[in-house]
Structures are given as C-alpha cells and as structure tokens.
Design a protein around this ligand. Structure first.
Ligand code: GTP
Ligand code: MG
Ligand code: ZN
Length: 309
C-alpha cells in the first residue's frame, strides 16, 4: 500500500507518483466516489491510496479534495468534467487573437476559481502577434482584471518575453494551466521547463483555432517544488452547481458593490436602489463582467433571469 498523487489520467488508467516512483494504476472496482457524476472519477492532482503489486496496481481510495475546478461542457449537460484537484494557483492562458478568447469564458473560469477560493492569474500570451488595436484592447483587459484583483501577466512564449516574471509567481506551487485550445499552454510549459517536452501544435495546423493537441491532463514536476498541470484546451465552460444567490459572490467587484443594495437578496437585475446597477452606470463595474454575471445567473436559474435581448 502506498500514498501518491495522480499525475496523469487517461480515463482508463492513471499514473500515480509515490515515494518510490510512478505507478500505472487502474481503479479498484468497488471504489466509492462520493457525490457527483463526473466524466472521470479520479483526476490529476488527486491524493490517492494505491494497493496491489507489480503490474497490477489499483487506486483503492481518494482523499477528500481540498479544491477542484469543475465545468459542464455545455449548458444543461448532465455530465461534469473535473479539470484538476488540489490546486494552489490557476493560470488561465488567454490570447486576444489567434485565437481570440471569449470574455464570458474568462469570467466563468474565474468565477469557478472563486467558488473554491483558488488564486487565479491571467496570462496573456502571443503578445508578439498583436497589432496596435489588439494591444489597446489587451491594455483594457489588463486594467479591468487587475482592478478586480487578478494578477495579469503579458508573455510571448515564442519570443521568451515575460517568462521569468512568471517563474516567481508559480514557484513552489501546484499550478494549473487552462484555456482554449491553441493559446500556447503546452508551449508555455516547455518554456518554463524544457524537460517537459510536451507536444505542441504546429503553426501550419492552426487557422486561428486550436486543434486539441494535448489530449490528457498531466502534472509535470519542475524539480524545484513547482508542479504544472498541462490540460487539453477547452471550448465551452459552463459553471456547475452555483445557486443564483451565490453567483455575485464569485465576482469580487459585484460582491463589494452589493453590500450597498437596498435588498439583501438583490439579484442586481431589476430591483430598486441596486448599488450594482449604479456602479455599472458609473462605469465602476464593467459591462462585460456584468454580462458574464447575467450569463452565469442564467445557467444557475436555467432561464429564469433571462433579460430581454
Ligand atoms: N506567435 C506565437 N505563437 C505561439 C506562442 N505561444 C505558442 N504559440 C503557437 O501556438 C500554437 C499552439 O500552441 P500549443 O502550445 O500547442 O497550444 P495549447 O494551448 O497547448 O493547445 P491545446 O493542447 O490544443 O489545448 C503553436 O503553433 C505554438 O507554436 C507565442 O507566444 N507567439
Ligand atoms: Mg497543449
Ligand atoms: Zn443589487
């Protein structure tokens, strides 16, 4: 019997790093998974118990997760996808173009990290590609998200710019790399740790859309106390299991403003004396963030809060 951390999951077999090496494991038939219906019961980052012997290792137990990032591939989908568990820092890799990352996607991801109080950072990659207009747009995003409280870093993996500044941020932590396909997650991993040698999409394969080069999540040990989980690119990100009244808690600036609403259970959609609506009118809260808030509220209330188009 050994304790270990799951470092790779293919859905049918798992690599578990233990004190004595990496073991290839299957899941014990009667392993009881508490709670939720998810695509894979065991995920990268899980702390597990392994039993068995050479060539026949079985995961017999999963420790309670300190946190995790969960999404639904599509709204109203019954299936869940837990991206990874027990994370110290979530890095969302974003590109302004080639491909363009959607703002609702960013905000749904960030709201999900807030739900488990996982610190999150935005890494804007491919700065070598942007024209003047895209750079202005990027400036706006950096201002917006920094003001909300998320650290923002601009990098060009290709030109090796901004990478050293990232090292300080990730040092000693278990870090998740997430984002759309093609934004450069695996490229960034390779830049941070050349020995990772993760597969990267070929430029010629890209027509500004990701090709899902990375198929399985995998945790890399940078040998200095830092761990990086590279993940397959994701397209849709719908939040899971948020109650409508909780959603504003996961938008720090909306939560702060909401303290001054007239009603304690204000949804910030139609109520009188709503401080969030006022902050929106005063440009203290951004239209795009408020729009994302409404879209998550819709997920949570399943259409109940749909506003007129
Ligand atoms: N111009 C430019 N291209 C980059 C940069 N970073 C990555 N790329 C290119 O973007 C493409 C996608 O990179 P990947 O690292 O495979 O992207 P990924 O996010 O891992 O994609 P998935 O595994 O599909 O999720 C590759 O052709 C990289 O060479 C960058 O900073 N600038
Ligand atoms: Mg990849
Ligand atoms: Zn309100």
């Amino acid at each position: 019997m050994a304790k270990g951390i799951v470092i790779k999951s293919t859905g049918s077999s798992y690599l578990v790093r233990t004190g004595t090496g990496v073991l290839e494991c299957k899941i014990k038939g009667n392993l009881r998974i508490k709670g939720i219906r998810s695509t894979s019961p065991v995920v990268v980052g899980d702390s597990v118990t392994v039993v068995g012997d050479q060539g026949n290792w079985l995961i017999s137990e999963i420790d309670d997760r300190r946190n995790y990032i969960v999404r639904k591939p599509a709204n109203l989908s019954k299936q869940l996808h837990i991206i990874a568990a027990n994370i110290d820092l979530a890095l969302l890799v974003v590109t302004v173009s080639h491909p363009e990352t959607n703002l609702v996607f960013i905000d749904r991801f960030l709201a999900t990290t807030e739900a488990y109080r996982i610190p999150a950072c935005l890494v804007f990659n491919k700065t070598d590609l942007y024209d003047e207009e895209e750079n202005l747009y990027l400036d706006g995003l950096v201002r917006l998200y920094s003001a909300v409280g998320y650290p923002c870093r601009r990098v060009s993996v290709l030109k090796d710019e901004g990478i050293d500044a990232l090292r300080g941020l990730i040092q000693g932590k278990v870090c998740l790399l997430s984002g759309n396909s093609g934004v450069g997650k695996s490229s960034l991993l390779n830049r941070l740790y050349a020995r990772a040698d993760a597969k990267v999409g070929r430029i010629s394969d890209y027509h500004d859309k990701g090709r899902h080069t990375t198929s399985y999540s995998e945790m890399y040990d940078l040998q200095d106390g830092t761990y990086i989980i590279d993940t397959p690119g994701i397209k849709g990100f719908h939040t899971f299991d948020m109650q409508p009244e909780e959603v504003s808690h996961y938008f720090p600036e909306i939560f702060r403003a909401a303290a001054h609403c007239r009603y304690y259970n204000c949804t910030h959609t139609h109520e009188p004396d709503c401080a969030v609506q006022k902050a929106l009118a005063d440009h203290q809260i951004s239209e795009s963030r408020y729009h994302s808030y409404l879209s998550i509220l819709e997920d949570a209330g399943q259409g109940k809060y749909r506003t007129a188009p």
